[in-house]
Design a protein around this ligand. Structure first.
Ligand code: PXP
Length: 241
């Protein structure tokens, strides 16, 4: 049965809009766990635009499920991962100017570097995942690198302009999933998945985890807004005239 892991970066984005202490992504993570999430994902970006080092430290101390640490393959992130020992690291490409992770990691020609990069993490018992496009060449390279998981990038599928384009992307992803499974790579999916497009994967066998952030936090705002407004109305109603 596939599992849901929730990315709480977007909670940190709202907090960083005011550089304050709320909403706290660590509290969000605990609530996601209570609601049944099988794991929590945070991406500590080099520019610290949303998740902060403090979040990574706290989540690693309080996680009750599995912490998946998304990061660029830099020396700094490797040291942090070795210190906090998440369940897995997921290597992603990172560009300063991007709004979010825009494409998969390029593993081609990086095999030796990434084998060496992951070795100390594997030695510490940390699992590894590579965030890649559903491209046969990237899948072969990921297999050569020896990561346990790949996370196939579903962003192009999610962003497709029409159903025909979406179906083309879906077919590419499904072919990619099969190829990974034939090679013995475990497959996760992530990026841009929502309450509508996820149904396209309902019949696809063998997917381990769905990594979902933005659509869940977007829905949380609306499913929570009624109560949040009522609470404030109630407070103000009890004030003196
Ligand atoms: N997987 C990876 C590698 C990501 O970078 C992201 C976005 O932070 C996600 C999954 C989750 O994507 P979304 O927020 O669109 O659900």
């Amino acid at each position: 049965m596939p599992l849901l892991c929730v990315n709480v970066d977007h909670v940190a984005t709202v907090r960083q809009a005011r550089l304050g202490i709320e909403p706290d992504p660590v509290t969000a993570a605990a609530m996601c766990e209570l609601a049944g999430a099988a794991g929590i994902i945070m991406h500590l970006r080099e520019d610290r635009r949303h998740v902060q080092d403090r979040d990574i430290d706290l989540i690693s101390q309080t996680i009750q499920t599995q912490f998946h640490f998304e990061m660029a393959a830099t020396e700094e992130m490797q040291q942090i991962a070795l210190r906090i020992t998440p369940a897995t690291v997921c290597l992603v490409p990172e560009k300063r100017e991007e709004l979010t992770t825009e494409g998969g990691l390029n593993c081609i020609g990086q095999e030796k570097r990434l084998i060496e990069y992951l070795a100390p993490l594997h030695e510490k018992g940390i699992g590894s995942s590579l965030f890649i496009d559903a491209d046969p060449k990237q899948i072969k390279a990921s297999h050569a690198i020896g990561a346990e998981y790949v996370e196939i990038h579903t962003g192009h599928f999610a962003d497709a302009k029409n159903r025909a384009e979406q179906k083309t992307e879906l077919a590419r992803i499904i072919d990619g999933i099969k190829m990974c499974q034939d090679l013995g790579l475990k497959v996760n999916l992530g990026h841009g998945l929502n309450y509508t497009n996820i149904f396209d994967f309902a019949e696809v066998p063998g997917i381990c985890e769905y990594s979902i952030g933005h659509s869940i936090m977007s829905r949380a705002m609306f499913s929570g807004v009624d109560r949040a407004v009522r609470d404030m109305v109630e407070i103000i109603r009890n004030f003196a005239d």
